[in-house]
Write a protein that binds this ligand. Structure first.
Ligand SMILES: [Zn+2]
Length: 315
């Protein structure tokens, strides 16, 4: 249970996010994130990135990157053209139409993070998508910015007709959280949440073929006990949704071995990230990130200075 004992430190960082962060995509007047969507294709499937919100995290040696001098972290951000003193993390679930299936990958923060997030319903409406039409939801992991959108403010299921796919170890982790502990992961009223979603949850074994030919789970260890990525489609057009195996399009890609506070098992998280960057750069695998700059679709390329994120040109 060493992973478990490490969580409080990790979670302090996440709960700090929930209370103190500013919106990345902000409405100038209200400070609230703006509904936004970006369609793209995955082979014959139509996909749409859906903005839920965004968070800022300071470069302070404890909130995200740990064990590295702030100057070194800031330098990586600066070289990438970003401010050196903080990270900006978008939040963007992904919706995919695959034949009769309407797939949703994570659900954003719902009401858990206040005004900085929870725009998924608005973004869906703007994109012409209906919550009641979603047939399958694939949860990468049970942190507030990924599962908060499963329930509406009334506590009712936000996607009433959807099967919720979550790995068995992740469901066990979520179901075992006490209220106070859950808040550290950005989750409010965890027992009510678990009660609401349980009838819809179908747990799977890590790496399972969930909708054969359409969605396969990809085990990406370290962030949480049952953290899972998902491969959508097949062949060169396929997209790997990697959950929170990486958070920063600069630091996570360029310095994947650096440990981060968000990972329940920091060492394993870094090992997974190093392998993911290496294999993605070698294969040219299309990737979808829920926290890289909107809309989060692209790939990792290897240049003379190492690996870097290349967003897909969608125009
Ligand atoms: Zn996240």
């Amino acid at each position: 249970m060493t992973d478990r004992r490490r969580f409080p430190a990790v979670l302090a960082a996440i709960s700090a996010l929930a209370v103190s962060l500013a919106a990345v995509t902000a409405d100038a007047a209200s400070g609230a994130p703006v509904a936004q969507f970006q369609p793209f294709k995955i082979g014959s499937y139509s996909a749409v990135a859906l903005k839920d919100g965004g968070i800022e995290v300071p470069v302070d040696g404890k909130s995200f990157v740990v064990g590295q001098p702030n100057e070194a972290v800031g330098a990586v951000l600066k070289v990438g053209g970003a401010p050196a003193d903080h990270f900006e993390f978008s939040i963007q679930p992904l919706l995919v139409h695959a034949g009769v299936h309407v797939l949703l990958f994570d659900t954003g923060a719902g009401g858990f993070f206040g005004d900085i997030a929870g725009k998924l319903p608005d973004s869906m409406m703007a994109a012409g998508e209906k919550p009641a039409s979603v047939t399958d939801i694939f949860i990468s992991h049970a942190h507030g910015d990924h599962i908060g959108g499963l329930v509406a403010s009334t506590g009712a299921l936000a996607f009433p007709n959807a099967t919720i796919h979550m790995s068995a170890p992740e469901l066990k982790f979520l179901s075992g959280l006490k209220e106070d502990e859950a808040k550290n992961f950005g989750i409010q009223q965890v027992s009510a949440l678990v009660r609401a979603i349980k009838p819809q949850v179908v747990p799977f074994e890590p790496g399972a073929d969930l909708l054969p030919g359409i969605v396969k789970a990809v085990e990406l260890k370290g962030h949480t006990p049952g953290h899972s990525g998902y491969r959508i489609g097949s062949g060169t057009d396929s997209v790997l949704v990697f959950g929170d195996a990486m958070h920063s399009y600069l630091v996570s890609v360029r310095k994947p071995s650096w440990q981060v506070a968000f990972d329940g098992d920091r060492e394993l998280g870094a090992t997974t990230r190093v392998a993911l960057v290496k294999s993605s750069a070698a294969s040219g695998q299309r990737l979808y990130s829920e926290h890289f700059p909107f809309p989060g679709i692209g790939k990792i390329v290897k240049g003379k200075d190492g690996a870097s994120w290349q967003p897909e040109s969608l125009h």
